[in-house]
Design a protein around this ligand. Structure first.
Ligand code: ADP
Length: 293
């Protein structure tokens, strides 16, 4: 069994990005600049956005954090997005989700200029991805592709079972794994909350990608010997022994599943760290105008 070390892979990717930034600077080019909009004070969202901004600084990007209280109006947000769309200094920007209930998330995401949509959530980018055109890929699926590629995991002709159909992870992952590229070229099964007999499907899988947010959902009896298991779940569960008062638990019962696997991601330290690296990579691509070229 080989551990897929997302932390190390993320560091490698960030070093590659930093080297690119140094070269851009040396050539007198414009340094990539990422902006992030954060609404409210949700603990998870604050942590994620703070980490994204810190990561920008580490690789030499410019960064801007724009914060609003929970009661910000949809119009205020849309006006800020319009401003960022037209600001030549900003190469890419993200709106941290979830947004408060009184705001129409779809409307907000659609307001982002697709060329600056480094989260890859705009329907134009989703559509381009489905069509196999150059697009910003959502960061978590892109990170999983990087892990598979950098560990040279064979995917062609394999049966990949994706569990969870969110717009952010499961759905795009299922599409990407079916595309005729490496990593991909799989036969894909997409399972969700209405799947009858989840174990029947996961037992057929050469590659399982679990993105449901239910700790320990995937147990050893559900996994074939030699499978590759990618765990996207990061649910906070109470843990008094930790300083933070919680620890992260994946969708996979790691201790019992790992011995059966050829490759498996740990939680934390698996898919999570790659998400930030791929957001930076998308921002670099935005600054270089590589997408839609
Ligand atoms: P994420 O953003 O990590 O993908 P979401 O909470 O947005 O997570 O999505 C969870 C997904 O998991 C949904 O598509 C849902 O259908 C799926 N799901 C939830 N429970 C189960 C289950 N017991 N078996 C299979 N899929 C499930």
């Amino acid at each position: 069994m080989t551990l897929l070390d997302g932390k190390k892979t993320s560091e490698t990717i960030q070093q590659e990005i930093a080297a690119d930034v140094a070269e851009i600077k040396a050539n007198g080019g414009k340094v990539p600049h990422l902006a992030a909009i954060l609404v409210g004070n949700d603990g998870g969202s604050v942590t994620y956005v703070t980490n994204k901004v810190l990561a920008c600084e580490r690789v030499g990007f410019g960064s801007t954090l724009i914060r609003y209280e929970d009661d910000v109006t949809e119009d205020e947000l849309l006006a800020k997005i319009e401003e960022l769309n037209n600001d030549d200094e900003i190469d890419g920007f993200i709106v941290q989700l979830p947004l408060p209930k009184h705001i129409n998330t779809d409307k907000v995401l659609e307001a982002v200029d697709p060329k600056k949509d480094v989260d890859g959530f705009h329907p134009t980018n989703v559509g381009r991805m489905v069509a196999g055109l150059s697009a910003y890929l959502p960061a978590t699926p892109a990170g999983i592709l990087q892990l598979l590629a950098r560990y040279e995991i064979e995917t062609k002709g394999k049966h990949c079972v994706v569990v969870g159909r969110s717009n952010i992870v499961g759905s795009p992952m299922s599409i990407l794994m079916s595309k005729p590229n490496y990593p991909g070229n799989c036969t894909v099964t997409l399972c969700h909350r209405n799947t009858v007999n989840l174990a029947y499907h996961t037992l057929q899988a050469d590659i399982i990608i679990a993105a449901v947010g239910i700790p320990g959902l995937i147990t050893a009896e559900m996994v074939k010997e030699g499978a590759v298991v990618i765990d996207v779940g990061t649910t906070r569960v109470a843990d008094e022994t930790r300083k933070a008062g919680y620890r992260l638990r994946g969708d996979v019962d790691f201790d019992n599943v790992a011995p059966k696997c050829s490759f498996i991601t740990p939680v934390p330290g698996g898919v999570g760290p790659l998400t930030i690296a791929m957001l930076l990579k998308n921002t670099l691509r935005a600054a270089k105008r590589e997408v839609y070229a």
